[in-house]
Structures are given as C-alpha cells and as structure tokens.
Design a protein around this ligand. Structure first.
Ligand code: AMP
Length: 178
C-alpha cells in the first residue's frame, strides 16, 4: 500500500439518517486513527461529519476542518476541532479538500457529498487530481451511483479505463487498502 498520511472524507451533514451510517463512520474513523492518517473534512458538527470528527478526536487523531466563512458565521463549525481553515466560498473549499491529500473517501451523503465526489472524478479524468477515490458503499447506498457510472461506460460517455478511477468497497475496514 502506498503510504497514506492524509485523506479527505466527504460525508453527510444530515443527522436524520439510519444508525448504520453512523456506525460505519465510527468504524472508519477508528481505522484512520489506528493507521495514523490525518482526516480532512467539511468541518461540520452534525450528521456523519460530526460523527467522523468526534470519533477521530476521541481516539486522539488529527482532524482538519475546511469550511467557508459564511458557514462559520452561522455557527455550523465543529467547536472541538482545533485545526480549521476558513475559506471564501464553496468552490475554494472543494479545491482545498484536495490539497496535499493522499486519497479521497466518500461516505453516504446527499447532494453535497455527491457533488464533491463527482467533481473529484471529473478532475481525475482530466489528470488534474491523481489520488485514489474510494466510495464506502454501506448497505448498498451507492449501488445506483455504481450503476450510473457503469452505464456511462457502457454507452461510451466514458472509457473503460475510467473505471480504474474509483473503487467501491463494502466495509470501512477495506477502505485504506483500497
Ligand atoms: P450533504 O451530503 O448534502 O449533506 O452535503 C455535505 C456538504 O454540504 C458539506 O461538505 C457542506 O458542503 C455542506 N453542508 C451542508 N450542511 C452543512 C452543515 N450543517 N455543516 C457543514 N457543512 C454543511
């Protein structure tokens, strides 16, 4: 395995989701700390973002939040996360997510998470981002995305080679190897 020192994790802001997604996030957070991997994330205090940061902090790991200033102004930032970068807007935030990371991990989420992972795939397709993109497919949550991407390839909107840009895994413990 290439040495993974820092990853960015895209994940949900919603807290109204099934416990299984929180459990998967906690397991991933523990894996990252055990392997001394720093976590970059959106800086949120609730949903899977909050769970991820809480888990990493509880286990004495390193977590860095990146959040646009307007979200800080309305107190959305996680108050226990000491390492924060507040940026001008959502575009700058997405750019900063990719700076200096050794890989991207996507957990379950809504439109924000989907947008983030699809932008990363687009950048990778253009050779502007080169690191692994791993999608944690908890309980088949991302089966429809996998089907959509396969259809893009089958109908020649993308090349067979592009399938190598991402890896879907089923369990948090598989993420780091992927
Ligand atoms: P979603 O997957 O739609 O929940 O989106 C996650 C993304 O939404 C984050 O990366 C942020 O861009 C944004 N976001 C939405 N609500 C919040 C929140 N309460 N705190 C932090 N970020 C949020």
């Amino acid at each position: 395995m290439a040495e993974i020192k820092r990853v960015c994790v895209y994940c949900a802001s919603s807290a109204k989701i099934d416990q299984k997604y929180f459990d998967a996030t906690e397991r991933l957070g523990k894996q990252l700390v055990e392997n001394q991997v720093e976590v970059v994330y959106g800086g949120g205090a609730v949903g899977l973002m909050g769970k991820l940061a809480d888990t990493v902090l509880e286990h004495d790991g390193e977590v860095i939040g990146i959040m646009p200033q307007f979200m800080r102004d309305i107190e959305l930032h996680h108050k226990k996360v000491a390492r924060f970068h507040f940026v001008g807007d959502m575009h700058e935030r997405k750019k900063r997510f990719l700076d200096g990371v050794d890989g991207l991990i996507t957990l379950a989420g809504g439109c924000g998470t989907l947008e983030e992972v699809l932008e990363a795939m687009t950048l990778k397709r253009l050779g502007l981002f080169t690191k692994p993109i791993v999608i944690l497919n908890t309980d088949g949550f991302y089966d429809p995305l996998q089907t959509m991407l396969e259809r893009c390839i089958d109908e020649n909107f993308m090349h067979q080679e592009h399938r190598k840009m991402w890896t879907f895994v089923q369990e948090p413990e598989e993420v780091l190897n992927a």
